[in-house]
Design a protein around this ligand. Structure first.
Ligand code: E4P
Length: 219
């Protein structure tokens, strides 16, 4: 499973990239707003830090304008994945951009039918939002199961990667991995939580206390 980080904070991306665990980055207009940075400058810098796909979202809502914005974004670096919303115009833009060789991430997916259309339109990634479905009382993981099943029924024609988005906790990520999702995009805090376990902390404290009593040093 590939790990993307869902942020536009340059410091966070530099720190996580240094671990070697980061396969890509996703951003959206809200994350750009939160970062306070200039959109094009921020995306350009992220593409310098991370070699894998960096999602940058169009803000036009009409297909021709989305395609123009997508071309502008794709020109920033070869690892840009242009993010388009799952609307009828977004699907048209997806088809045009992916046919021209640009990676496309179709975002704001909330149903299996939408995911099927995105794959038919040549999406590189489909982004189902599990947390936002949970927020309205639906089980986001059921959608992941449906999409993984549908895509795996047609491996020769539906080659879109399932990029689980709107992940709120480590359980979302583990459940996505169990279902065989290709990618999880995770807020930095959730990514760090994956490494944490109270028994690890307790065990390490006990080992170090006993080591101290030996009076030895390794170096
Ligand atoms: C990723 O591409 C999405 O923009 C993101 O995961 C949305 O997460 P949220 O629902 O927590 O805002």
């Amino acid at each position: 499973m590939k790990f993307f980080v869902d942020t536009a904070e340059i410091g966070e991306i530099e720190d996580l990239a240094a671990t070697g665990l980061l396969d890509g980055v996703t951003t959206n207009p809200s994350l750009i707003h939160k970062s306070g940075g200039d959109f094009i400058e921020t995306i350009t810098r992220i593409c310098e830090i991370v070699a894998g796909p960096v999602s940058a979202e169009v803000t036009a809502t009409e297909a021709d304008s989305m395609i123009e914005e997508g071309k502008r974004l794709a020109g920033i670096a070869p690892n840009i994945a242009v993010k388009v919303p799952l609307t009828w115009d977004g699907l048209k833009a997806c088809k045009a951009l992916s046919s021209a060789g640009t990676m496309v991430n179709v975002t704001l997916c909330f149903s299996a039918a939408q995911a099927l259309l995105a794959a038919k339109a040549g999406a590189t990634f489909i982004s189902p939002f599990v947390g936002r479905l949970d927020d309205i009382g639906q089980d986001g993981m059921v959608l992941i199961e449906e999409i993984v099943t549908i895509y795996s029924n047609y491996p020769d024609t539906l080659q879109t990667e399932v990029l689980v988005a709107s992940i709120r906790d480590p359980i979302h990520l583990i459940e996505s991995a169990k279902l065989g999702a290709d990618v999880a995009t995770v807020p930095p805090g959730v990514l760090r939580k994956l490494a944490q376990h109270p028994l690890t902390d307790k065990g390490l404290a006990a080992f170090l206390a006993d080591w101290e009593k030996t009076g030895q040093s390794i170096i």
